[in-house]
Design a protein around this ligand. Sequence first.
Ligand code: ARG
Length: 467
Amino acid sequence: MKMWSGRFRQPLDPDFERWQRSFEFDRRLLRYELEASGAHAQALKNAGILSAEELISILQGLEQIGGRATSTPSFLEDREAEDVHHFVEKQLVAMIGETGYKLHSGRSRNEQIATDLRLYVRATIDHLRQEITELCSVLVDRAEQAGEAAMPAYTHLQQAEPVLLGHWLLAYVEMFLRDAERLADCRKRLNVCPLGSGAVAGATLPLDRLVMAGSLGFDVPTANSIDATSDRDFTVEFVNSLSLLAMHLSRWAEEMILFSSHEYGFVILPEAYSTGSSAMPQKKNPDLLELVRGKSGRVLGNAVALMVAIKGLPLAYNKDLQETQEPVFESSDALLQMLPLLVGFMKTVEFDQARMQSVAQTGFMNAWAAATYLVKRGVPSRLAHEKIGKAVQMCVERNCELADLPVEELRSLSPAFGADFHEALKLASVLAVHDVAGGTAPARVREAIRGTRKKIDAVRQEAHAHA
Ligand code: ARG
């Protein structure tokens, strides 16, 4: 039986009927639909609508539905169910008889979907936060293993200054930790319970909303039934947070792709995560990284799709809101699948540290440190910059590095150049000069590794507490 056939004289056009269904995708909300229905049933009993026996029978029926869905996946191949809410009602009645129809007393699917989707997003946030900490941990491990290995850092994609490989890895950890924090922030705001909001004006029965909210782990009931049934802000916040996470992963993937090219030669792709070419026998392609970059575009697209779907909707519930589910699921799946693969990739990828180190010592990446040498000897910064610029020009003409210029010759540029200048040009000195919190001096990076591990542990503990 449909949930609404009474006032209709004609059946639905079969193509329309199939087309408007959401069960194909919202069945993944079944678990939350069952939990929320249990809370509602309890409230109906407390309001005197269900007898104790009816409540028990409904709760047992709900449990049975959950059990069958897990044990027999084909149970969910239901061509009649309009959506997950209809499916549960239909199965409940099949299992326990007409009492099953009492479950819907005083509630509307509008509040149900708003509740189920919140529960889904909340659980997914907890799961994602754990996955993010896994990835961050591997990155920090790799940063620690890299020790004092250096690499070139770029600005404008031109060689800029040497940094520790660990410092570069930690840059991404910072981004991912912000993503984890954004998800936690989104979780705070979404954790309110729409149950008892009815279709738009509030439940038609005296249901205890505080108890329902509490039993589902929500902080409080929603404050306004019109807003509660039409609000999908949490999906927008969630998918936008995922877009940022995906965007960070995409930037990282792009760098790794560049670094794995022959021209850079910094990264040796793990065979377990690469593919070959059907035509060119020599190829080892960075498919995992490319797909991370590619799929992140779809995640971003979903964030846009959500806002466009919602922006023109009058209050309150409109069927358009059904369209907000798939972008949420698709983006969640994309990240939940990507993150563990990236953990595996990061554990096995090799850095050609010797090559990185040697490149880090070329291309005048010590020029700013050289200017700093002069600044420390009293030369005004702008003039020091000018002098080193001139020295670089000399090197370009002679096709050599700053360290190849004799001190005597440099003295013609400035008397501030001393015998210790060449020492200041060495990689170790250049790195050590960046001795500020957040800088790349080895001691600072070690300090950052310790601090980052603490931050990761805090996220992990919080995610565990919720799980
Ligand atoms: N499948 C619907 C959705 O996802 C459930 C709510 C239906 N409500 C209604 N008034 N037709 O939005």
